[in-house]
Design a protein around this ligand. Structure first.
Ligand code: HEC
Length: 199
């Protein structure tokens, strides 16, 4: 026989549990939004830094100097900015110039989807991707943001007739497996990829 008192207590417990779950969920969503915003800011600063090094060398010394500086400093700058922000930071692409910039399984999944949306003409330039994943039973936040080709990139990433023979020769010398040419403005070139362990 059910006792009305127990029934009432059960109902109260249920309400308390529901409210707690709701609060936890809201707090989690809030902190994920914060993380996403933080990663977006890191990505933007990183791109600005890289671009300013590139543009400075392009205008001061031309494309050959810019390639030399870029090949010496791009990875270093990426690591420094990653360390400073306590994240793993990378640029990844399906057509790498530097073989280090190759995608892992997670990045392949996200970037493939983005290329699909691009080819359907449905890719929104504000697109970004955020997910909490488990790696060896530990939680990590992962974030990706697209990098697009603009006019000045064509000097070193454009089609056959956009790249001078000196630039072609230097690229071949430094990157014998270079796949990062043949682009036009607006193309999806790569993604910034951020990974951070979360408590
Ligand atoms: C002066 C030549 C030059 C110009 C101009 C240039 N890049 Fe690059 N880019 C390079 C070199 C060299 C690398 C390889 C750097 C390395 O070794 O990490 C590279 C690498 C990259 C990578 C990393 C992925 C990979 O393929 O290794 C991305 C993304 C990229 N460039 C995007 C751009 C974009 C976007 C622009 C225009 C805003 C641009 N680049 C302009 C020379 C250039």
């Amino acid at each position: 026989m059910s006792c009305p008192y127990t029934y009432k207590m059960k109902k109260i417990y249920l309400i308390i549990i529901s409210i707690t779950l709701l609060l936890l969920l809201t707090a989690q969503t809030g902190s994920n939004d914060e993380l996403k915003k933080h990663f977006r800011e890191i990505s933007m600063l990183f791109m600005e830094d890289l671009k300013s090094v590139l543009m400075k060398n392009l205008s001061e010394g031309g494309p050959l100097q810019a390639i030399t500086v870029c090949s010496d400093t791009a990875q270093e700058l990426t690591n420094i900015i990653g360390k400073k922000n306590n994240v793993d930071l990378k640029r990844v692409t399906f057509k790498p110039r530097n073989p280090i910039d190759t995608t892992d399984a997670f990045e392949t999944k996200v970037l493939s989807r983005w290329h699909e949306l691009m080819s359907e003409g449905n890719f929104d330039k504000e697109t970004e991707y955020f997910e909490i994943v488990e790696i060896e039973d530990k939680p990590y936040a992962r974030y990706m943001k697209p990098i697009f080709i603009q006019g000045p990139c064509l000097t070193c990433h454009g089609g056959e007739n956009m790249i001078s023979s000196e630039v072609k020769n230097l690229l071949k010398e430094k990157y014998p497996d270079d796949k990062a040419t043949g682009y036009k403005p607006g193309d999806l070139r790569a993604a910034i990829s951020i990974l951070q362990f979360i408590e």
